[in-house]
Design a protein around this ligand. Sequence first.
Ligand SMILES: [Zn+2]
Length: 249
Amino acid sequence: MNDNLQRLVRVQEIITAVDAAQERISAIPAEVGRLEKELLAAQKEIEAERARVQELGKDRRRLEMDLMGVEAKITKYQAQLLDVKTNKEYQAMLHEIEACRAERAALDEKILLEMEESEKRHAAVRGLEEALERRRRETSQGKVRLDAETQELKGRAETLEAERQSLEAGVSADYLQPFLKVARQRKGLALVAVRDERCGGCHVRVMPKLIQQVRRATGLIACDSCKRFLYVPDEPPRANTVAAESPAQ
Ligand SMILES: [Zn+2]
């Protein structure tokens, strides 16, 4: 492989890596947004639960007022019992008192149920408050982590871009310009290896004659099928491979 091609292969790797980094960077704000949205939903949930607890408190105060009214009635009727003149009036008064007592028992029951419900709701609110606290921590930690990731990716992309610039400075224009043009059209993949006599881009067979041209070429040669530029990767020297493997055997 000539030097121009070798440099372009690395340029292409850089373009792909930078694109991936940019894609990840642009996905991060949405992730931050999702964290914030979840936190907001947890806050709303807790507010709704607190409102329910407040409503229950109001219900109870109303029931307690009713209870006081019924107890006042019972006291009043009991006092009146002493003043009734006839048995019929007496019976009627007893009947009223009975009715009031039944009402009082029903109210007592309702108040008790309300208190139990209130306790449950209070416990639920406490649970939600703890969950909210955890979520707050997770959200801020998540944001710190995503921010650090963004900075790291930006740094990596800058380093790669610097490497790319110095590489491109060493590539002759008759290689660089066609390569960049096709790279823009093909989402970065402008230069593909020929392996097993197939184009690494479209996998269509490359004729041996064309492969020979690619090997000898002093310029860029495109695949007939997908128009990406072809290169034949250098074989690793066989002797070295054997030498590297032998100590382990
Ligand atoms: Zn092809």
